[in-house]
Ligand binder design. Structure first.
Ligand code: SAM
Length: 356
């Protein structure tokens, strides 16, 4: 699974899953239960110690505790009433902010953190009878990962509202197959450079066989250090360039949905190549421009979150005085989170919007 939190995470984030709570006030009932174990409420995630709890100020119904407090052994976790999810990873569904009558797509869904968060958002106030038809289409091209997605959706209690489609979003997601879609989240494969710990190391190294690794180590031994760094740099550059053209294509496809008015793009990368520069390339694209898409302003994208997009990246491309582009505004429309320093994984999110 992509449970990106592990023992070296500064804190462990989890959200209440209202879809598994039958009580009249689901969040409150879970909080009451949590407070029996976590008696002290602290004002910042940085102050969390074993036995205490922090209520997040940005994402509703999100909390964190100390990693030593094994939240996975709590009854609430076993019942699917709380779901472990890094804070920044909760940004996309919160930013898209779908309502109960919207129809949305999660383009790159497995293992399903954001998909089930979307469902929680849309159906939290609905009773079982009121939940009508499929309103979330979740695409996942890797069949094995799609199985994890299905499992997660089941645990979260939203199988009826979500249709899982195993295959390439850019091929299978047509306006005919998914009619009336008005919002999408696109969280495609990325370098994972915002993820610290083992997973990050793995993602940089791809999945190499032991023999390949040994051979590589031997080769590295043989090259002088400077040259070694240069080669690593070149490898990363090549990889980032491949990833960013894939990310561009998949978001561009999402922006082609005829009734879509909001598309949230996110990565767990810290590299501008996968973040601001993908946004810039999309803004420069003729078709995207013609369809009226722009970066949603800060006021609509968690305005109180301080760390925003890198303005330099926009300034390198757009002239400050050109008609349609205000670099500071565009950068402010983007959100960044630094690994560890901001309480979890490194992350990037932006929302494209338009009026039809
Ligand atoms: N959004 C997920 C979550 O929050 O749990 C994490 C998504 S992960 C970063 C990216 C996923 O996109 C991978 O599971 C990958 O297999 C899938 N993927 C990549 N390209 C795709 C495509 N063209 N269509 C559908 N899924 C794709």
């Amino acid at each position: 699974s992509d449970d990106l939190t592990n023992d070296i995470t500064p804190v462990r984030w989890f959200r209440v899953n209202p879809l598994r709570c039958t009580a009249e006030k689901p969040v409150q009932s879970v909080v009451t239960e949590l407070r029996k174990k976590f008696t002290e409420k602290v004002d910042s995630w940085k102050d969390v110690v074993p036995g205490s709890i922090y209520y997040d100020e940005y994402i509703p119904n999100l909390f964190c505790v100390h990693p030593q407090d094994k939240i996975t052994s709590h009854e609430l976790y076993k019942q699917g009433k709380i779901i472990i999810q890094d804070r920044a990873s909760c940004f996309p569904a919160h930013i898209l902010n779908p309502k109960s009558d919207d129809i949305v797509i999660d383009a790159c869904a497995a293992p399903g953190n954001k998909t089930t968060h979307l469902a929680a958002h849309m159906f939290q106030d609905k009773t079982a009878d009121e939940k009508p038809k499929v309103q979330i289409y979740a695409f996942e091209k890797d069949p094995e990962r799609a199985q994890v997605l299905n499992k997660m959706i089941k645990i979260a209690g939203c199988s009826k509202e979500i249709e899982v489609i195993v295959g390439d979003f850019t091929k299978l997601a047509t306006p005919q197959a998914c009619p009336n879609v008005n919002g999408l989240i696109v969280d495609p494969s990325c370098s994972g450079s915002g993820i610290f710990g083992r997973k990050y190391i793995d993602s940089i190294n791809h999945k190499k066989t032991d023999e390949e690794k040994e051979e590589e180590e031997r080769e590295l031994d043989a090259v002088p250090e400077e040259q070694e760094e240069q080669e690593l740099d070149d490898n990363l550059k090549t990889r980032l360039s491949k990833l960013s053209s894939f990310q561009f294509q998949i978001v561009k496809y999402a922006l082609s949905f005829p009734q879509a008015t909001k598309v949230v793009y996110s990565t767990c990368s810290i590299h501008a190549e996968e973040n601001e520069r993908v946004v810039i390339d999309l803004l420069l694209d003729k078709k995207v421009k013609e369809s009226g898409w722009r970066v949603a302003p800060r006021s609509k994208v968690i305005p109180t979150w301080e760390r925003r997009g890198l303005v330099d990246e926009f300034q390198q491309v757009f002239r400050e005085d050109s008609e349609s582009s205000n670099c500071q505004e565009m950068a402010d429309g983007c959100i960044r989170a630094l690994p560890r320093e901001d309480g979890g994984i490194g992350f990037f999110a932006v929302c494209f919007e338009r009026t039809l």
